[in-house]
Structure formats: structure tokens, C-alpha cells
Ligand binder design. Structure first.
Ligand SMILES: Cc1cc2nc3c(=O)[nH]c(=O)nc-3n(C[C@H](O)[C@H](O)[C@H](O)COP(=O)(O)OP(=O)(O)OC[C@H]3O[C@@H](n4cnc5c(N)ncnc54)[C@H](O)[C@@H]3O)c2cc1C
Length: 311
């Protein structure tokens, strides 16, 4: 027997929690499902200094505050790793990996994105043995060591600055000759005495001794020379991938796998909305995930009223 709701929100990051808050506050019967801790990517972020209302706040603390606000409106909150979504008339049929089935006329997708892999030899072999995608999770293992960050965007530089608090040195290896990160982050990184930069460097291999990472090999794109950089840890931030595998059959993804919506967060399937990092868009941040969550929650309410009027 399936559990029935008015609205099911998949993903309890900042976007999903806000959408659920708006829908539950409008008196809809809401279920939130997540396969991890509430807060999503905020749990992997140390200090957030660009979310209005807080001069600076730790990611897990902001997650807790958003969760507490959401729970005031009493939605159901359950663990669930969503595997498939099918359509049965107006109903969306959601199945999780523990064989639970949930049904609702409205599905809100807020499953975010995950880190992209570099795809070089040694990356998989040394994952968890010096290769990491989360400085907040793993920095403590590299106290007073020389570590490397690969990438040049916001996440790479933010995490590099975080690592520099504990590590002996942080070398940012970037394939271009300038960073893409926001100017304020760049300024802080360039002023940090523990941070060094290697430009125009294409990482080609992560090398280890069988147990742990010992160095990376990269090609200098200007000279073509192959070089080796000794390091105890490699933190990789080279982009993100949409978390949309369960939604492939719905015909709502673009050719890169991101979900396409209109300004009301509606996908082309009536009753399915999407918001936050999982959407096809330019800027992936907490502030706009929250903003889109409010739009999706309200749009879900309007859709529910229309359905009621028609029946
Ligand atoms: C290292 C790092 C630092 C960052 N720093 C900042 C910053 O300082 N300021 C800022 O504004 N933004 C920052 N961001 C970006 C910000 O965290 C994201 O933009 C934001 O969390 C997106 O929110 P979301 O709700 O769309 O998705 P997410 O936060 O990614 O949440 C998605 C949720 O969906 C769940 N999920 C996924 N698939 C399934 C499934 N199949 N079944 C069930 N649950 C599922 C996941 O477990 C997760 O909890 C940072 C990101 C990273 C990685």
C-alpha cells in the first residue's frame, strides 16, 4: 500500500526545505524525503557569509535553523533514497530503494547536484586515501601537511581557504591562468600566506604508494612539460553534476541532465516542479535555492487548488 500525500518534496537542502515550508504552511499534506542529513550541501560548507540575515554562519547551523523553521509547520519528514518516479493519471508514484511507495498529485524535485570527478588515473584508487571532494569533512586528516586543491571556481577557493587553517600549505592547481571565483574570495586567497598557485596546469594523474596519495602529475599547458607536485592530499572541485537519475524517464531533463522549468518552477509535466541546484541555470547558491523554493511551494499550492476546482 502506498502512502498518499498532497505534495512530496524530494531533497531537504535549503531549496527543498523552503518549498516544503511554503506548501505545509498553506495547509497541504506534505512529505519530505531525503537520503542524507537535512541541509544538503550546506552540511559540507564551513562558513557561509553571503546568506542575508547572518553576517557569517556555519553550514550545519544554518541547516538546523532551516529545519526547525520547516518543522513548525509539521510536514512528515522521512528517510528515503528515491529510485524511480512514474505517472499514474494525475498521481506521481515515487519508489525508494527500501521498496516504499509514495503517491501524490504534486512532486517537487530539489535533489541538487554532486561533485564531478576529474577522471584521471589514481582518482578512484586513492579516494578516501588522500583524495577528497569535501574539505569540511576531511581537512582534519591533513593537519600540518602540504595539500593540493584542483579547480579555480568558488568552491575550490572557499575550500582552499578553509584548508589553509589546518594544513601546512595549500597549492591551488588550475588549468587556466586566472581564477573564476568571486573577487572577494580571490582577494582572501591571494592574501593568504599559506596558499600558492600553479597556473595552466592540467592534472593527469594522482600518484600514491599503494596506501596513500604522495603526489600529483600535471602537464604545463604552456610548455607541454610534465611535472610532479608532492602532496599528502588532493581536494577536487572541478564542477558539478545534476542528481537526476530517478527522473530520466519523465522527459524533463536537458541534454546535460539538468531539469528545465519555467519561472514558476514548473516542468513540462503538470504537477512536477523543480528548484535549486538541480535546475538548468547559471548561479547555484543557497539564496536562490531558497527563493526558488518559495516560488515552487506557492506554485504547488496554486496547482492543488486548480485540481480541486476541476474535480
Ligand atoms: C563546498 C561548497 C561550498 C559552498 N559554499 C556556499 C556558500 O558559501 N554560499 C552559498 O550560497 N552557497 C554555497 N554552496 C552552494 C550551496 O550549498 C548550494 O547552492 C545549495 O545547497 C543548493 O541547495 P539545493 O536545495 O538545491 O540542493 P542541495 O543542498 O544539494 O540538497 C539536495 C538534497 O537532495 C538529496 N537527494 C539527492 N538525490 C536524492 C534522491 N534520489 N533521493 C532522496 N534525496 C536525494 C540530497 O541528499 C540533498 O540533501 C556551496 C557548495 C559547496 C559544495
Amino acid at each position: 500500500m502506498a502512502d498518499k500525500y498532497d505534495v512530496i518534496v524530494v531533497g531537504a537542502g535549503p531549496g527543498g526545505m523552503t518549498a516544503a515550508l511554503y506548501a505545509a504552511r498553506a495547509n497541504l499534506n506534505v512529505l519530505v524525503l531525503d537520503r542524507g542529513p537535512y541541509g544538503g550541501q550546506m552540511n559540507n560548507t564551513d562558513a557561509i557569509d553571503n546568506y542575508p540575515g547572518f553576517t557569517e554562519i556555519k553550514g550545519p547551523e544554518l541547516s538546523q535553523k532551516m529545519y526547525d523553521t520547516l518543522m513548525k509547520f509539521e510536514p512528515d519528514y522521512k528517510y528515503g533514497n528515491v529510485q524511480t518516479v512514474a505517472l499514474d493519471g494525475n498521481e506521481k508514484v515515487i519508489k525508494t530503494d527500501d521498496d516504499h511507495e509514495y503517491r501524490a498529485p504534486i512532486l517537487i524535485i530539489a535533489t541538487g547536484s554532486d561533485h564531478r570527478h576529474l577522471g584521471v588515473p589514481g582518482e578512484e584508487e586513492y579516494s578516501g586515501k588522500g583524495v577528497s571532494y569535501c574539505a569540511v569533512c576531511d581537512a582534519a586528516f591533513f593537519k600540518d601537511e602540504d595539500v593540493t586543491v584542483i579547480g579555480g571556481g568558488d568552491s575550490a577557493i572557499e575550500e582552499g581557504i578553509y584548508l589553509a587553517q589546518l594544513a601546512k600549505s595549500v597549492t591551488v592547481v588550475h588549468r587556466r591562468d586566472e581564477l573564476r571565483a568571486q573577487p572577494t574570495l580571490q582577494k582572501r586567497a591571494f592574501a593568504n600566506k599559506k596558499m600558492k598557485f600553479v597556473w595552466n596546469a592540467q592534472t593527469e594523474e594522482i600518484v600514491g604508494d599503494g596506501n596513500r596519495v604522495t603526489s600529483i602529475k600535471y602537464r604545463d599547458k604552456e610548455t607541454g612539460e610534465e611535472k610532479e607536485l608532492p602532496t599528502a592530499g588532493v581536494f577536487i572541485y572541478v564542477g558539478v553534476l545534476p542528481q537526476t537519475a530517478p527522473f530520466k524517464e519523465l522527459g524533463i531533463l536537458d541534454d546535460q541532465g539538468w531539469i528545465v522549468t519555467d519561472d514558476h518552477m514548473k516542468t513540462k509535466v503538470p504537477g512536477i516542479f523543480a528548484l535549486g541546484d538541480v535546475r538548468e541555470k547559471d548561479l547555484r547558491q543557497i539564496a536562490n535555492a531558497v527563493g526558488e523554493g518559495s516560488v515552487a511551494g506557492q506554485a504547488a499550492y496554486n496547482y492543488y487548488q486548480d485540481l480541486k476546482d476541476r474535480n
